[in-house]
Design a protein around this ligand. Structure first.
Ligand SMILES: [Zn+2]
Length: 400
């Protein structure tokens, strides 16, 4: 199965308009001759396909360059401003929204308190209104939306975009999010869990050339997004990376919100850290309070967060041996507490993973911070909409 090709008479396939667009997406402008050489297509075929892409505004003539024969030749470049993407990262209590172009440049951004437990219809209605206001700010009509990407704080069946028994999202189970939003904003809607979109965002911004990457989110819960062979690995049911409920020795019989005992989350989540600080007589309600205490120089908070880092690192050490990533990125609310959590994670991984697996392993904090989710949701949409097969379907009339 080859993407980006269309059937040719005689049963062969040749690169379609989508494949040309995929080449131009790196931002470099190219002439017809260069594209013919890269694809093996005849110059006339390249011209036809470029015309289709120009008609759809995906590319624009960018400059005149002098060809080897001395005649000026027009070069063509990817048009990042052809469409806009709406993206949203919904957490348990707050939301972040963005309007981006096709190169993931943020054109408008908004953050707001938005308790997810209000249920799907009030939450998504708020989202539609906010998006309409943001589009008015950037001056784009609804017709320029190429897609909407949404991250939710719970398990999502990616194919249908529906939440599956999300523990902190009452009323959302099996809610048809893509249909509901798509009917109001007239564009394709892609939904995934928040950790997966954050992994996509970090991979895209910091290290698109990295093949194997783990993104670990430490906040109210603990989760892991997996990039394997440069693609998001969701697993059979979309449950891949749910590391928060792996049993850890230090957890003893601590009760977890999932109903089991001894889970990683029961000792190392933001909520568990806050509970430990309360036991020590310090006022703390959740991950944000833990971060506030760290920034205020609390030695107890530093101790608690470093131990949580070790617990998380202990689980990651096993995953490093199994998966052999080259980069681990730590994000989420707690990562904002800085080096304490990273130090604990590193300590456990380097002492317990195989030397070969850690030889070139980089462990670092998130680069995008609280923007990782909205950037990743935009990446999810752009990769879908601009996939060569999708572009060919959109621009090629059916042949009978
Ligand atoms: Zn659990």
């Amino acid at each position: 199965m080859t993407h980006g090709t269309v059937s040719e008479p005689g049963g062969g396939t040749a690169p379609g308009a989508g494949a040309l667009l995929a080449i131009l997406r790196d931002g470099q402008a190219r002439t017809r001759a260069e594209l013919a050489q890269l694809t093996g297509l005849a110059r006339s075929t390249v011209s036809q396909r470029l015309d289709v892409l120009i008609d759809n505004e995906w590319i624009v003539p960018s400059q005149d360059t002098v060809s080897s024969g001395g005649r000026p030749a027009t070069a063509f470049a990817f048009n990042r401003g052809a469409r806009v993407v709406l993206s949203a990262d919904l957490g348990a209590t707050h939301a972040r929204l963005a309007v981006t172009d096709l190169g993931m440049t943020v054109l408008a951004e908004r953050a707001a308190e938005l308790p997810i437990e209000r249920g799907p219809e009030p939450t998504l209605s708020w989202l539609v209104t906010a998006f309409e206001e943001m589009l008015a700010e950037t001056g784009h009509p609804l017709s320029q939306i190429c897609g909407i990407g949404l991250g939710l704080p719970g398990p999502v069946e990616h194919v249908t975009g529906r939440p599956v028994n999300p523990p902190i999202m009452p009323g959302w189970d099996d809610f048809p999010v893509p249909e509901w939003l798509g009917a109001r904003l007239a564009a394709p809607v892609l939904v995934d869990n928040d950790v997966n979109i954050m992994a996509l965002g970090e991979h895209w911004i910091a290290s698109p050339e990295i093949d194997h990457l783990l993104f670990v989110k430490i906040g109210t819960g603990i989760g892991c997004g997996i990039i394997a062979d440069r693609r998001l690995h969701r697993g059979a049911q979309g449950a891949a990376g749910d590391v928060g409920h792996i049993r850890v020795g230090t957890a003893g019989d601590a009760l977890c919100r999932c109903g089991n005992t001894g889970c990683l989350e029961a000792v190392a989540s933001g909520a568990a850290m806050a509970a430990r600080l309360r036991e020590a007589g310090i006022d703390a309600d959740g991950s944000r309070d833990v971060v506030r205490l760290i920034r205020g120089g609390s030695a107890q908070a530093a101790q608690v967060i470093r131990q949580a880092g070790r617990d998380i690192g202990g689980v990651l050490a096993a995953i490093v041996n199994f998966f052999n990533p080259s980069v681990i990125i730590v994000g989420g609310d707690i990562a904002e507490a800085g080096e304490h959590v990273l130090a604990g994670v590193r300590e456990a991984i380097y002492s317990r993973s195989l030397p070969l697996a850690t030889q070139h392993l980089t462990i670092r904090a998130s680069e995008l911070g609280d923007r990782a989710g909205v950037i990743g949701a935009a990446v999810m949409v752009v990769e879908h909409v601009l996939a060569p097969g999708t572009v060919d379907q959109a621009v090629t009339p059916a042949v009978h």
